[in-house]
Design a protein. Structure first.
Length: 107
């Protein structure tokens, strides 16, 4: 089973807006752009995976572009979103999810 997911990439200078993805209650697994969840899933006993469609987007709230970080209000899971500098992904100090997205942006 395959489930399509769309994510958006808002850019600001040399950074991308992304939300923190927690591995557990303490550790941060990485960052993901706004949009659907990214993972494998089970449905009716069958393992499935997602195909991710990636789009560049513009923010309709200009105030978000000026803040370094914030907590999105419309998410069921509260997670901090922040502008993450490309250099952190390039140096391997941060991880952009889904896996494989950073090499596409950096290529």
């Amino acid at each position: 089973m395959i489930r399509p997911v769309a994510i958006g990439l808002p850019f600001r200078d040399s950074s991308v807006l992304a939300a923190a993805v927690a591995e557990d209650d303490v550790a941060r697994k990485g960052w993901r752009p706004p949009g659907g969840g990214i993972n494998l899933f089970d449905r009716q006993g069958a393992r499935g995976h997602e195909i991710v469609f990636v789009f560049e987007l513009a923010l309709d709230d200009a105030g978000l572009a000026t803040r370094d970080s914030f907590v999105p209000e419309d998410q069921q899971v509260r997670s901090r979103a922040a502008w993450i500098d490309f250099g952190l992904f390039r140096e391997g100090r941060e991880r952009l999810l889904p896996d494989g997205l950073w090499p596409l942006l950096d290529g």
